[in-house]
Write a protein that binds this ligand. Structure first.
Ligand SMILES: [Zn+2]
Length: 525
């Protein structure tokens, strides 16, 4: 077999490369900014090149400085708590970077070199080596954005999958522009030469078409602004000719943004895009309690719900709570009271949304997130009367309907049995509260005693006890050995439903018998 010389040498080179011991180097790292779980944050991994072991203190302070300058700019400043930053400590054998233009070469971890592809300020690094360190040191969720700081004071840097910057701090501007491409998916807004243009660019900040209705960022353009736009005033959204290295044919959204010139803000359209991209990585809902899914409650119970959300610097995300689709509250916590809910299945839903006015168009609803719970409400258990129809000894016996555990109870005005409303139109008393007659055996008053010798109480399904005022006690007319008691229903029983009533005479309690209170309005009719 005969190999053409060129391909043969390429093969030898490849074999040599494969034979090299693969440096599976997990380098130490420190999370210098921790704003939450990497799965729901934008994580920036920063590595250094050309820092010797003796220069690691300088490395750490260089990184701090770079991060500070980066996050002084919008929208990173407002959304700084959406980012985590991990600093990986990579030691190089020698300091600095390669400068082929003056034949200076140094041995560094990522082999940074100026003059990449013929441009002096462009710095190249070995992306294989960078990814080798990243893969071995961090989890994939910890390097959404990758940055290498090169320990060389000459201005320079580059973009792409890995952002590279020198320690000339003007390089922060270069990095923000480059990350605008790699993270923001934005196109270049500068011209350069006359062009024959083809196709519509995908970038959200570039347009070939000039039809006003079709402009991707039309929602930012004031109706009074003409398109194409020719003003040279900054910050006026419109349609400006000149972008994507062409002086003609492609258009940009503002006169001059950071995607056109360094030291400029991103301006409205690119800021909006950055925020949408942040929300591609970060859900506006961090966590909830209960976590989600199904919740089972008994009627009358309450259930606390809560959410945590990421927090922009100067505004808060809005959380709205819905019960069965109806808005019922706002804020990060919500209490569901099942007293007013029917038995059966219901839903509780929360909507967390960033209502920032810096995003006007969010077709994918990236800035909103909902969480839903299926709530099953079971009817309150019907109280089970204590089966003591005839209490031992001389205890009073509350009369029950034959063959049931229901108290013989009559409305004192209408003489109808339950369910009893809390209030009655027919009542003679000023308070309109319903009075009920109960009938008791073995409860005869001694001479000189009054109704004050009796107490009465009701107990609801939650074992809450409500005293019932005893207003009258006397021998029931025509019923030998039966005492008639008149008790008043208190406000607290308004929604009690099924209750157990019992009476006691001189401290000795009767059996408990059931009674039904009708759900009624909250005040006298
Ligand atoms: Zn660019």
């Amino acid at each position: 077999m005969k190999f053409p010389p060129r391909r043969f040498s390429a093969l030898i080179f490849l074999l040599l490369l494969l034979a090299l011991p693969r440096a599976a180097s997990a380098e130490p790292f420190e999370t210098i900014v921790n704003n939450g779980p990497p799965e729901n944050r934008v994580d920036i991994a920063i590595m250094g090149d050309g820092y010797t072991a003796a220069e690691m203190d300088k490395y750490r302070s260089d990184i701090e400085q770079f991060v500070r300058l980066w996050f002084e700019q919008e929208p990173y400043k407002e959304y700084r708590r959406y980012f985590n930053i991990h600093r990986i400590d990579v030691v190089s054998a020698q300091s600095g970077a390669d400068h082929p233009e003056r034949s200076r070469f140094v041995n560094t971890a990522f082999n940074a070199r100026y003059g990449c592809e013929g441009t002096q300020r462009a710095i190249c690094v070995s992306s294989d080596r960078v990814f080798n360190v990243l893969n071995n040191s961090l989890a994939p969720s910890q390097y959404d954005i990758k940055l290498v700081i090169v320990n060389d004071p000459e201005y320079g840097g580059s973009g792409g999958q890995i952002a590279v910057a020198s320690t000339d701090w003007r390089a922060v501007e270069l990095i923000l522009h480059e990350v605008g491409h790699s993270f923001g998916l934005l196109g270049d807004e500068y011209g350069g030469s006359p062009c024959t243009v083809f196709g519509e660019p995908l970038a959200p900040n570039l347009m070939r078409k000039t039809n006003r209705e079709e402009i991707k960022w039309l929602h930012w353009i004031d109706p009074a602004t003409p398109v194409p736009t020719t003003t040279s005033t900054n910050g006026v959204p419109g349609l400006y000719e000149g972008a994507l290295f062409c002086n003609n044919g492609y258009h940009r959204p503002t006169f001059n943004s950071k995607m056109r010139s360094l030291d400029r803000p991103f301006e409205q359209i690119n800021t909006e895009q950055h925020i949408r991209r942040i929300y591609n990585f970060v859900s506006p809902l961090d966590a909830s309690s209960p976590e989600g899914g199904a919740v089972t409650l008994t009627q009358g119970q309450t259930q606390a719900f809560s959410v945590t959300t990421p927090a922009p610097a100067t505004h808060a995300l809005a959380a709205t709570w819905f019960v069965d689709g109806e808005p019922r509250g706002s804020g990060h916590t919500f209490t569901l009271d099942t007293a007013a809910l029917s038995a059966g299945t219901h839903t509780v839903e929360v909507l967390s949304r960033d209502n920032t006015d810096q995003v006007r168009h969010d077709p994918e609803q990236l800035l909103a997130e909902t969480r839903k719970w299926d709530v099953t409400v079971s009817a309150a258990t019907t109280p089970t009367p204590t089966p003591t129809p005839y209490p031992p000894g001389e205890s009073p016996v509350l009369l029950m309907e034959e063959g049931t555990q229901r108290a013989v109870a009559l409305d004192t005005v209408t003489w109808l049995s339950g369910p009893f409303s809390l209030f009655t139109m027919h009542n003679f008393s000023a308070d309109r509260h319903t009075r009920i007659s109960l009938f008791v055996f073995k409860a005869e008053l001694l001479p000189g005693e009054s109704h004050a010798a009796f107490t009465a109480r009701a107990e609801d399904a939650q074992q809450r006890v409500f005293p019932l005022a005893v207003e009258y006690a006397a021998n029931a007319p025509g019923l030998e050995g039966v005492t008639q008691l008149v008790v008043r229903l208190p406000d607290e029983l308004a929604n009690a439903g099924e209750v157990l009533v019992s009476v006691s005479l001189r401290g000795t309690s009767s059996n408990k018998a059931s009674l039904r209170i009708q759900a009624s309005g909250s005040g006298p009719p």
